[in-house]
Design a protein around this ligand. Structure first.
Ligand code: GLA
Ligand code: ZN
Length: 662
């Protein structure tokens, strides 16, 4: 099976004679796949009773011989719908009712939106299910945001009734006796917004319970939109259905979405070109949602358009990042977009084909070179990742820690996860991202940065895991709240205290400029932000603070529990400190990879049909030479490699070594 190579294609913006030119250029670039119709609702349905598929029919004809990913066209609303049925637009966090404009702005709870979107998805599915080159369905586009309208408030009350059953249970969960909030009627509950519980924005709330439940509700409400369109597609087609996710996108709990998507797909737009670990972790998160390969649905070939400054991807970087996606489990390399928009906000966004239709631009040439190379990796599609190390990610902990008043507003869930992951990557370990209800028994090491909220069941499982010989690492601000975001009425870190063999007596938060150096074995780590005063009840101390009134006391501990060990990192260590502590964990577990600690080099592996595919990626700006750990074929050059041979990785260079998996 070939790797799908292509991306979003919106030729409805162009006169039809340009389409023939597109086809010629697609052939030159090796483009075999196009996603179409994402924003064509306004074109397909000019008014309530009129559908017109003429243009989309002709677009599909122009793609004869290429894979088609067909969208349900509900990525943006048509103007007539908002005018005729104002309920389809949102009320924002500040309570402002929005009128028609932009995109990604439908109210998920609007019965009118639900009816029209499902109707359109069904008609598109019915019309195109039989297309011989149809390979998948793409519902909506980048679901996100939130709405605070009356329809959403009513739907929220129903969602709460399903969750809690009684007002008594809800009052208990939300701790409503605090500030006189006891609810005696469901209709007294309103959406938590700037007009009700919030101050200074969405993260500052008087009642974490209601805010957390609204986040959960809104994620579910948008998921219902996806599910409804998917059900309409299923009436006509069995082809896989997906929607493009956005990686670490806080508003949507993708672990709850995952089971409803046939395959995970996502859009990779890193904040800058120093984001290699962030991208790698995000690919692993996307793979972890279903524990299966995923599709890279979008990346820019060169520039974005929406930022204040939009740099071009340097030579070789588009190729390097495309291989990074493949290395972490993607089966596709897809772009936004295949031809540059003629107008509006994305006319300067990078594209495979520019406004002048040139095939001699640097970007086009790099795309064509990659297009010629990808067929060399044919056997890769569907290959699995194997890992002994799991990183636990949880949207509930993410929400809870970032909407918390105290101890610190400076702690970022994602930055913390990236910091831990970066240390793991430097040790060359393949990492699986797992949810809090994932199967931890499959791993040797489980790491859970900022495991702020601990479901009862997880506390029990972690004890069993470590007692049975596992290695568990967690850190500051973990084990703080139950699933309702109420404090445990025990020592910190609550249900994790026993397995960690510690208790936290106090937590000192300081401005970002304050450093308290932590002495680790032979190394000083500049710790910052939050400092747990750890009482090592049964644990050994492996790191101590060196400043302030708690100088000399425990900051990092290690505890033997049953046949295993657990570590507690009671502060935000700097990169060197995390390297040292996580390095010792990985060494003890005996899972350090052959390509550990090579600056700039990322190594990952995938496996299929008795073959191992080793990816070596050089993110640095200098040439690196590494010794092959096994004999095999260098797939991109065709050379035979013996174990111990030097593999040369120029800056942005990539090697894919296929070896027997023995
Ligand atoms: C998102 C969207 C696309 C496009 C790109 C631009 O990923 O899905 O429609 O707007 O961003 O970067
Ligand atoms: Zn709404």
């Amino acid at each position: 099976m070939t790797i799908w190579y292509g991306g979003d294609y919106n030729p409805e913006q162009w006169p039809a004679d340009v389409w023939a030119e597109d086809s010629r250029l697609f052939d030159l670039a090796g483009i075999n796949t196009a996603t179409i119709g994402v924003f064509s609702w306004g074109l397909l349905q000019p008014s309530e009773d009129v559908y017109d598929f003429g243009v989309l029919d002709r677009i599909t004809e122009s793609l004869d011989g290429r894979n088609v990913i067909m969208a349900t066209a509900t990525g943006a609303l048509p103007a007539w719908l908002a005018r005729k049925h104002p309920e389809v637009t949102r009320v924002d966090f500040e309570g402002r009712k929005h009128v028609y404009g932009a995109r990604h702005n439908h109210c998920p709870s609007s019965p009118v939106f639900q009816r029209f979107s499902v109707e359109l998805a069904g008609r598109i599915a019915e019309r195109y299910a039989g297309l011989p080159n149809l390979v998948a369905w793409h519902v909506g586009n980048e679901y996100g945001g939130s709405c605070y309208c009356d329809n959403c408030t009513a739907a929220f009350r129903v969602w709460l009734q399903n969750r809690y059953g009684t007002l008594e249970a809800l009052n208990h969960a939300w701790c409503t006796t605090f500030w006189s909030h006891t609810f005696y009627d469901w209709d007294e509950i309103v959406a938590p917004s700037a007009l009700s519980e919030h101050w200074r924005g969405p993260n500052h709330t008087a009642f974490q319970g209601i805010t957390l439940d609204y986040l959960r509700f809104m994620s579910d409400a948008l998921l219902e939109n996806f599910k409804a369109e998917k059900a309409a597609i299923r009436q006509h087609s069995d082809a896989p259905v997906t929607t493009n996710l956005m990686g670490f996108y806080r508003p949507l709990d993708y672990f709850r979405w995952a089971e409803h998507l046939d395959v995970i797909s996502w859009d990779n737009y890193p904040p800058d070109d120093r984001s290699a670990p962030r991208m790698a972790l995000t690919h692993d998160l996307m793979r972890g949602l279903k524990g299966k390969p995923f599709w890279l649905m979008e990346q820019t070939p060169s520039t974005t358009a929406c930022r204040d400054v939009n740099p071009v991807k340097r030579p070789g970087v588009m190729r390097l990042w495309s291989y990074q996606a493949l290395a972490h489990g993607s089966d596709t390399v897809l772009f936004f977009q295949l031809r540059a928009s003629r107008g509006a906000s994305e006319k300067y966004h990078g594209a495979v084909i520019n406004h002048a239709s040139r095939s001699d631009t640097r970007v086009f040439k790099e795309i064509a070179e990659l297009g010629a190379e990808l067929p060399l990796l044919e056997g890769l599609v569907g290959a699995e990742t194997r890992s002994k190390v799991a990183l636990m990610i949880d949207w509930n902990s993410w929400w809870a820690v970032e909407i918390s008043d105290g101890p610190s507003r400076h702690v970022s869930y994602v930055q913390t996860a990236i910091a831990w992951y970066t240390a793991l990557q430097r040790l060359d370990v393949d990492v699986d991202v797992i949810p809090v209800d994932g199967n931890i028994s499959a791993y040797d090491v489980v790491l859970a940065p900022l495991l702020h909220m601990v479901p009862d069941e997880l506390g029990r499982q972690l004890k069993g895991f470590v007692a049975g010989g596992g290695k568990f690492v967690t850190g500051v601000l973990s084990g703080r709240v139950d699933v309702d975001d109420n404090a445990f009425l025990t020592d910190v870190p609550g249900p994790l205290a026993r397995v960690l063999g510690i208790r936290v007596d106090e937590t000192d938060a300081q401005p970002p400029t304050v450093v308290n150096p932590v002495q680790l074995d032979g190394l000083t780590s500049e710790a910052s932000l939050v400092f747990d005063l750890v009482i090592p009840e049964h644990a050994e101390v492996i790191g101590t603070y060196s400043a302030d009134f708690y100088a000399g006391t425990a900051a990092v501990t290690r505890h033997r529990f049953g046949a295993g060990h657990s570590w507690y990192i009671g502060t935000m260590l700097d990169a060197a400190g995390l390297d040292a502590v996580l390095g010792s964990v990985i060494e003890e577990a005996g899972v350090t990879g052959s390509y550990a600690r090579i600056d700039g080099v990322e190594a990952t592996r995938r496996y299929k049909d008795g073959q191992r595919y080793l990816f070596l990626l050089n993110h640095g700006d200098r040439e690196v030479r590494v010794a092959a750990d096994k004999s095999g074929t260098d797939l991109l050059t065709g050379s035979q490699i013996e174990a111990g041979d030097k593999l040369v990785l120029p800056a942005t260079g990539v090697v894919v070594l296929r070896s027997d998996d023995v």
